[in-house]
Structures are given as structure tokens and as C-alpha cells.
Design a protein around this ligand. Structure first.
Ligand code: UDX
Length: 501
């Protein structure tokens, strides 16, 4: 082992197989993590589904020509209408993906591992790094006799809650009886129910959607999450969280008592920024939609911190009514805005931009633009971006925190309500919009954050503090570097390959 935790030059190269869940918010952080490990001397095979691989190629990524880093594919098991339809470019249904990957992907993945192990010139596989909801990767690792590591692109808090869901259910706390927003148990904090170590502000209503609301889809997802969480706890040699120790110190400490060794490493994009420009995969992106770069020039033309950036991520689909409430709320706020509306982001609309009326464009001319997909990290780092109206996907939040941008939170599903609560109640960098969004509230909250009032100013100060913490973590001797070194040294560099076929 060299200083800095690089792969030993004299030894046979370790070969890590990285397996993200096939959705944008999972592929992005896993790719960054894989690039960091490649830079430290590991051979990497990055496994996408065939559908996502085609989308990546269409988004103009070149996926060849990186020595020691290769892309491979497995089918996702969905007999989706997208197969054979080269024009389809949309997020797949999450429930169907969970169902299908868990039932159908183990066999093709094992075949892939076997092929890798018989490929000339490729070192034998030594570890599978498996997304936290792709636990068949851990099963496959066990089957071929190599280590499995679980990669969690979300908060430690959400993993902790997932690990406790069965207990909450046994206590009769979930599903919520007043899940439609009424007060009652849903407003009680988890700490009231003898849950040591959980962040004190988390309420029952902040738990993931699938835990709070009982229906057929959520019953399936609860059971799926339960299996995935159990496997991470029992089969993984280590669990990696894309989080900062300084953000979630207490939760991480509580988790470490019940988990395999845990490694909080973040923000991954800032670690990538530090790689040398030449000879690394630093600029390789994983966006499944083509980025519209014109918004960067538009941002250049605006005053510092004068633009509200609006983006609800890769999965959220909003209704026509919600689209109109956000549109007229933004219009009435009189602020500049950059709004990303995905082509598949509005219910029942093929092309979401055309769903916005001409009067809206007239009213906001010169101070607002709407695009379909943007280079988000660059937008958040841009000096003109003053606030982020977000769905609270964890990558978006991590990118916002790293850029010191306060958030207006409109959580949609899964872990996003928890993330929202952490941002608003624990870290003081967010303010929430109620789920039944209306234009007056959007206007009020946008003004509150942008107009220099007391609350907005407080959030900006806190956002700058968190940015400093993120920078410290990736600075010289920072926690993320140290923990990545430990991970490489304690987990990846001591792995033994199975003998080649
Ligand atoms: C999903 C879940 O919704 C989220 O809660 C979970 O934490 C991860 O998976 P998603 O909707 O994809 O997330 O949002 P997010 O986690 O924010 O990831 C989106 C990624 O796409 C970010 O890295 C963001 O930078 C990128 N992006 C998004 C762009 O580059 N451009 C865009 O226009 C939109």
C-alpha cells in the first residue's frame, strides 16, 4: 500500500465491479465513486442496464477508451415498451424496476462476473460494490466467493430509518393513521418512541412515503426495502454513505454500533474536481438526458445570487395543476429563475415545455428560462444562482450544500421528506413548501429566501457554513480523504481474488 491509500503497484491489480441502481440519482454518485477508485489504481467494471447504456450513449457520452475502466451491461428484466424504441428517453417506473431487478438480474450478473473472470487481460474480480437497493450484487459476490460492499447514495439517517421500519410497524406507528396531513401521531418525533440515536427533529411524517401510506405499491416497496436493508446489514463487508461526518455525526455513530464498518465519503463531485485533468476520467458524465448548456450563458448575464434555480430531479412527475402553481408563483415573485422541466416531467404531457402557456412566457420574458435538462453541478456553482427550489433528492441537496446555496424544499417521495426535514429543522438551510403547492405560497417563500429578509439571510449564513464544512472534508487532511484512504486500505486492498476459470 502506498501513502494515500493507492493500490499496491507490485501486487495484482484489484478489480472492483460497480453496480448502481438504474436511475439517474444512483448512477451519478456510483460513477463518481468508481472514478475515484480508478484514480487510486483499481481496475473498474461499471455495470449499467442495457436501457440506460443506450441512453448514456445518446446523451453523447463516449464510453470507450479508458484504460482500466470498462462499461458492461445487464438487462433490467423489464419487458418495457422502451425496448426497441430508440426514441424513448424517460425515467422507468421505480416500483417496476425494484421488482424486476430483484427478481431477474442475479443470473445475468453472475454470467457477467464469470465472463469477466475468463477475459484475458482483465484482472480477476475481487469485489462487487453494489448499490444499496441492488443487493443481489452482494448475493452474487457471496456466490463467487469475493467481498461485497454496499454503496448508499443517500443519508445515513434514511438508512437508519429503513433499518427501524419493522420496529415502527410492530409498535403500530406506521402506516400513519393521519397520513393525509392531519395532525396527530404524524407530528410526533421518533425520539418519543425510544429510538436512541435518531436525529431529534425527525417526525413520523418525515419517514419515507412507502412507510407512511398504506397501499399496494408501498406494501411491495416496504418489503423490498426490508430485504435490501437486511442484506446490507448481514452480507456487506462495509457500507459506504454519500454523506459528511460533520452533517450526520450522531446518526453515523449510532449506526456504527449495528452495521458492518461504515465509511461516510462526500461530496463526491468535489473529490472528483481535485483529480488531475489528464489521464483520469474526471470529465466523464453520467447524465441520461442531453444537457442544455445555453442556460450557463444565460446565467452569466444575470447579477450575483439573483436567480432561483428550480429542478425536481429525474423521477418526479408533477401534475398540470402543480406546474401552473409553480409557474405563476415564480412569475409573481418577480425574481429571475432557471427552471428545468423534463420532457417526461409533467403528467400526460409529451413535451413539458409546451405545457406552459404563452402568457407565462410573456409575463416572465427576460427574467426566466425553461430548459429540459441542465448541467446541475455547474448551475449550482454559478455565482448567479441564489436559491434552489428542489425536490430534495439527496444528490441535489449534496450539490447545493457544497455550493452554499439555500434551498426551498418540495419533497416528492422516498427519502426526500427526511432530507427536507434535515435541511429545514436541523441544518437551517431550507424552507419547506407544503405538498399541496399553491402560487401564493411559492411567491411568498421565493421572496423570503431571495429578498434579503431576516429568514433568508439566516439561511444564507448557514448555507455558507455548510459549504465550508463540505470543503473542509475534501481539503488536505479532511475527513472524506482520510475515510477514503481507510476504505482503500482496510477493505479494497486486502481482498483476495477467486482463482480464474
Ligand atoms: C432519486 C431519489 O429521488 C432521491 O431521493 C434519492 O436520494 C436518489 O435517487 P433523483 O430524483 O434522481 O433522485 O434526484 P437526485 O438525487 O437529486 O439526483 C439527480 C442527479 O441528476 C443529480 O446529481 C443532479 O446533478 C443531476 N441532474 C438533475 C442534472 O445534472 N441535471 C438536471 O437537469 C437534473
Amino acid at each position: 500500500m502506498e501513502a494515500g491509500g493507492r493500490c499496491d503497484a507490485g501486487k495484482q491489480q484489484q478489480h472492483l465491479v460497480c453496480l448502481p441502481f438504474p436511475a439517474q440519482g444512483h448512477v451519478n454518485p456510483m460513477l463518481k465513486f468508481a472514478i475515484l477508485l480508478h484514480h487510486r489504481g483499481f481496475h473498474i467494471t461499471f455495470v449499467n442496464t442495457e436501457y440506460n447504456h443506450r441512453r448514456l450513449l445518446r446523451a453523447r457520452h463516449s464510453l470507450h477508451g479508458f484504460p482500466g475502466f470498462q462499461f458492461k451491461t445487464i438487462p433490467d428484466g423489464l419487458s418495457s415498451p422502451q425496448d426497441g424504441d430508440e426514441e424513448a428517453n424517460c425515467t422507468q417506473d421505480v416500483r417496476s424496476l425494484c421488482d424486476s431487478t430483484s427478481k431477474h438480474c442475479l443470473a445475468p450478473f453472475l454470467r457477467l462476473l464469470s465472463d469477466l473472470n475468463s477475459s484475458p487481460g482483465v484482472p480477476p474480480v475481487t469485489c462487487v460494490v453494489s448499490d444499496n437497493i441492488m443487493s443481489f450484487g452482494l448475493v452474487a459476490a457471496e456466490e463467487i466467493g469475493v467481498a461485497g460492499v454496499s454503496f448508499r447514495p443517500t443519508t445515513a439517517c434514511s438508512f437508519f430509518c429503513n433499518a427501524l421500519l419493522q420496529r415502527f410497524r410492530q409498535k403500530g406507528l406506521i402506516p400513519l393513521k393521519d397520513s393525509n396531513g392531519g395532525i396527530g401521531d404524524s407530528d410526533r418525533v421518533l425520539a418519543d418512541f425510544d429510538v436512541p440515536g435518531i436525529s431529534t427533529s425527525i417526525r413520523l411524517r418525515d419517514l419515507p412515503t412507502y412507510a407512511r401510506i398504506s397501499n399496494e405499491v408501498n406494501t411491495f416497496i416496504m418489503s423490498f426495502i426490508n430485504t435490501e436493508t437486511k442484506r446490507a446489514l448481514t452480507k456487506a463487508s462495509a457500507i459506504i454513505f454519500h454523506t459528511l461526518d460533520s452533517l450526520e455525526h450522531d446518526t453515523l455513530e449510532s449506526l456504527s454500533a449495528m452495521c458492518p464498518p461504515i465509511y461516510p465519503i462526500a461530496p463526491l463531485h468535489l473529490l472528483i474536481d481535485q483529480l488531475p485533468d489528464h489521464g483520469s476520467l474526471k470529465f466523464l458524465g453520467a447524465n441520461l438526458w442531453k444537457e442544455d448548456l445555453s442556460c450557463l450563458q444565460w446565467l452569466d448575464s444575470k447579477a450575483p445570487s439573483s436567480v432561483v434555480y428550480v429542478n425536481f430531479g429525474s423521477v418526479t412527475v408533477i401534475t398540470q395543476r402543480q406546474l401552473m402553481e409553480f409557474a405563476w408563483g415564480l412569475a409573481k415573485s418577480e425574481q429571475n429563475f432557471l427552471w428545468v422541466v423534463r420532457s417526461d416531467g409533467v403528467m400526460g404531457e409529451e413535451s413539458s415545455n409546451s405545457a406552459l402557456p404563452g402568457e407565462f412566457y410573456e409575463e416572465t420574458k427576460g427574467r426566466g428560462i425553461v430548459v429540459r435538462w441542465c448541467p446541475q453541478e455547474r448551475v449550482l456553482k454559478h455565482r448567479s444562482t441564489g436559491a434552489f427550489l428542489t425536490h430534495c433528492g439527496w444528490n441535489s441537496m449534496m450539490e447545493s450544500i457544497s455550493s452554499g446555496v439555500p434551498m426551498i424544499c418540495w419533497p416528492f417521495f422516498a427519502d426526500q421528506h427526511l432530507n427536507c426535514r434535515l435541511a429545514c429543522a436541523e441544518w437551517g438551510v431550507g424552507v419547506e413548501i407544503e405538498s399541496e403547492v399553491d402560487r401564493d405560497e411559492v411567491e411568498k417563500v421565493v421572496r423570503e429566501v431571495m429578498d434579503g429578509g431576516e429568514k433568508g439571510e439566516e439561511m444564507k449564513v448557514k448555507a455558507r457554513e455548510l459549504k465550508r464544512k463540505a470543503e473542509e472534508a475534501v481539503g488536505l487532511g479532511g475527513s472524506s480523504h482520510l475515510i477514503l484512504d481507510q476504505l482503500v486500505k482496510n477493505v479494497f486492498s486486502v481482498l483476495e481474488p477467486v482463482s480464474k476459470a
